[in-house]
Design a protein around this ligand. Sequence first.
Ligand SMILES: Nc1ncnc2c1ncn2[C@@H]1O[C@H](COP(=O)(O)OP(=O)(O)O)[C@@H](O)[C@H]1O
Ligand SMILES: Nc1ccn([C@@H]2O[C@H](COP(=O)(O)O)[C@@H](O)[C@H]2O)c(=O)n1
Length: 206
Amino acid sequence: MPTSNTVIIGIAGASGSGKSSFSDALLHEFGSAQITILREDSYYKDQTHLAMEERVKTNYDHPDAFDHDLLLTQLQQALQGEPVNVPVYDYKLHTRAAEVQPLPACKIIILEGILIFTDARLRNLMHTRIYMDTPLDVCLLRRLQRDVNERGRTLDSVLEQYQATVRPMFMKYINPSKEHAHLIVPGGARNRVAIDLVRARLREML
Ligand SMILES: Nc1ncnc2c1ncn2[C@@H]1O[C@H](COP(=O)(O)OP(=O)(O)O)[C@@H](O)[C@H]1O
Ligand SMILES: Nc1ccn([C@@H]2O[C@H](COP(=O)(O)O)[C@@H](O)[C@H]2O)c(=O)n1
């Protein structure tokens, strides 16, 4: 458990389950002066040393794809009130961008990502753990649309990656990590009751 005044809320779930949308809904309720969102995706390992053909072959749904050590260090710095420069990830180039993004100092940090509950060091820093429990077919359809429209992917590449790594890693790592959740949310970011419940809990903390 964190010892500072800052509180970390973890939101995990499959890719396309609505983690970002749920986090954004909470940010919308409270505003950026009180809540900031930190995305596990920002901590994908730098791959500038690899050729593009190697980068596309990476398993991005395995815990080893992330630099959780850096994420942990930066969360601890944020809890101590120290300035934090978050890496910026580029999904089209599959690597870290040159720039960094300062993390605003806030009372509540929402940490969202597919594998954040698989690491006990991260879990132990989270005051509340929420799991987005959205059916996998719905997740795939959303991901397909998003990856083609926003992440520079083709239909074939999304389906190939889904079968090769996304679904198997969900079964092996993400779905079992649900056992660490305090709250399991069906229906994603449109679950108004869940947003209201979490909002009430966050309001108590502020
Ligand atoms: N309840 C919903 N209904 C329809 N589309 C949604 C819903 N929640 C999220 N989406 C869309 O699905 C895509 C993936 O959602 P997102 O919140 O980014 O998921 P995650 O962060 O878990 O990958 C986004 O394009 C988002 O706009
Ligand atoms: N270069 C990359 C890096 C990550 N991914 C996929 O992103 C998913 C996690 O992000 P969400 O916003 O969907 O939770 C994960 O499932 C990776 O497969 C990628 O395709 N390419």
